[in-house]
Design a binder for this molecule. Structure first.
Ligand code: NDP
Ligand code: MG
Length: 380
């Protein structure tokens, strides 16, 4: 029986993680969870899963729930997230919270030697050097939840790092993959939220449309698999059946395939190195699919991907700027304050405006994050 701490339970990854826990009551128990502001959903989850500790975004929510569930401990805010992350009884932390708030709790859970199932991209993107160093020092395993990294991780089982030629991340192309740049000028929030293959949270769906999602994944892959940026390629693959691949020196390519369903990589992170059945998943029927398509990535069409490679290679605080500027710009787009193409303009301006700090501390990363958000909001 593995005890699980789940940050971001009320989100897209969070609810699917609970689906997996529910499907395997003999293997998993939810020990602690966090929610943000969706208290109605949190209440239902508390009833169904009876965790011992629950954190919410604000004190007033914690007080309301405390009155309803006297046997459960409630906490809130940033410290609440940390309490969930380091909950003593938990073996695994699933970090499925959105945004750079996920970083500090992850670092603290690593110090407590928890296994980390990482969905939250911002953790590795903003502070990959700190996270990987802490994981190594504590002998902690970081298990990828993101489908691309899970595919690479699965393809690397039994293989040696030194034999890798390159990683090939596949990209669906997002909501606007068939549109020209000109056609992107007047797209609406509703159109951007309509992803062809995956059902995900709002922010990451916009990131898929701008291709920033793939950019963040390139930076994550750099840290997770200690791979040079020149050895990480992105390939357009509109069906999202091949979730990513590894090419080896002898020209062999190993890939992981499946229908697009995030529960598969989530479950693998929870069961690794074992596998459990997932009866509700749709089996892959290649004969029915018939054809898979691939195309070269167009960096002029998807400028955010170019920014991400550049920020990743520059290192230091640049990826933190990339991430914070993107979070602020996407929030502004979702609020109807800026157009779709302004997202990339704002990110570019934030990157140009920043003086890089090499090898930043956690405090310097957090400060850069705040400063960048302030800068982007000043442009609105
Ligand atoms: P969602 O927006 O669906 O969910 C986010 C979760 O985080 C919710 O539980 C939300 O609470 C909580 N949350 C948001 N902001 C805060 C905050 N400031 N403090 C505390 N809690 C907060 O996101 P996703 O599930 O789509 O994504 C989560 C992470 O996983 C992201 O980093 C994303 O990039 C990554 N990821 C997602 C994938 C997907 O398929 N969705 C695939 C791969 C990676 P509430 O709703 O209660 O306010
Ligand atoms: Mg992904």
């Amino acid at each position: 029986m593995k005890h699980i701490s789940l940050m971001g339970a009320t989100g897209s990854i969070g609810t699917q993680t609970l689906d997996i826990i529910k499907g395997h009551p003999e293997d998993f128990k939810l020990a602690a969870m966090s929610a943000g502001r969706n208290i109605d959903l949190a209440r239902k989850m508390i009833r169904d899963f009876k965790p011992e500790l629950v954190s919410v975004s604000e004190k007033k929510f914690a007080d309301t729930l405390k009155a309803e569930f006297p046997g459960i401990t409630f906490t809130y805010g940033h410290n609440g997230l940390i309490e969930v992350a380091v909950y003593p009884k938990s073996d695994i932390l699933v970090n499925a919270v959105l945004g750079s708030v996920g970083l500090d709790p992850t670092l603290q859970a690593i110090e407590e030697k928890k296994t980390i199932a990482i969905a939250n991209k911002e953790t590795l993107v903003t502070a990959g050097h700190l996270v990987m160093e802490a994981a190594k020092r504590n002998g902690v395993q970081l298990l990828p939840v993101d489908s691309e990294h899970s595919a690479i991780f699965q393809s690397l089982q039994g293989e040696k790092e030194k034999n890798i030629e390159r990683l090939i991340l596949t990209a669906s192309g997002g909501s606007f993959r068939d549109r020209t740049r000109k056609e992107l000028e007047n797209v609406t929030v509703e159109e951007a939220l309509n992803h062809p293959n995956w059902s995900m949270g709002a922010k990451i769906t916009i990131d898929s449309a701008t291709m920033m999602n793939k950019g963040l994944e390139v930076i994550e892959a750099h840290w997770l698999f200690s791979m040079e940026y020149s050895k990480i390629d992105v390939l357009l693959h509109k069906e999202s059946i091949i979730h990513s691949m590894v090419e080896f020196h002898d020209s062999s390519v190993i890939a992981q395939l499946g229908t697009p369903d995030m529960r598969v990589p989530i479950q693998y992170a929870l069961t690794y190195p074992d596998r459990l059945p997932l009866p509700s998943a749709t089996r892959l029927n290649l004969a029915e699919i018939g054809k898979l398509h691939f195309a070269e990535m167009d960096f002029g069409r998807f400028r955010c991907l170019q920014f991400a490679y550049e920020a990743g290679k520059a290192g230091g605080t640049m990826p933190a700027v990339l991430n914070a500027a993107n979070e602020a710009a996407v929030a502004a787009f979702l609020d109807g304050k800026i157009t779709f193409l302004q997202i990339e303009d704002f990110i570019e301006r934030a990157l140009n405006n920043h003086d890089k700090i090499s090898n930043p501390s956690l405090a310097q990363i957090q400060e850069t994050d705040l400063e960048t958000r302030k800068y982007v909001n000043s442009l609105l």
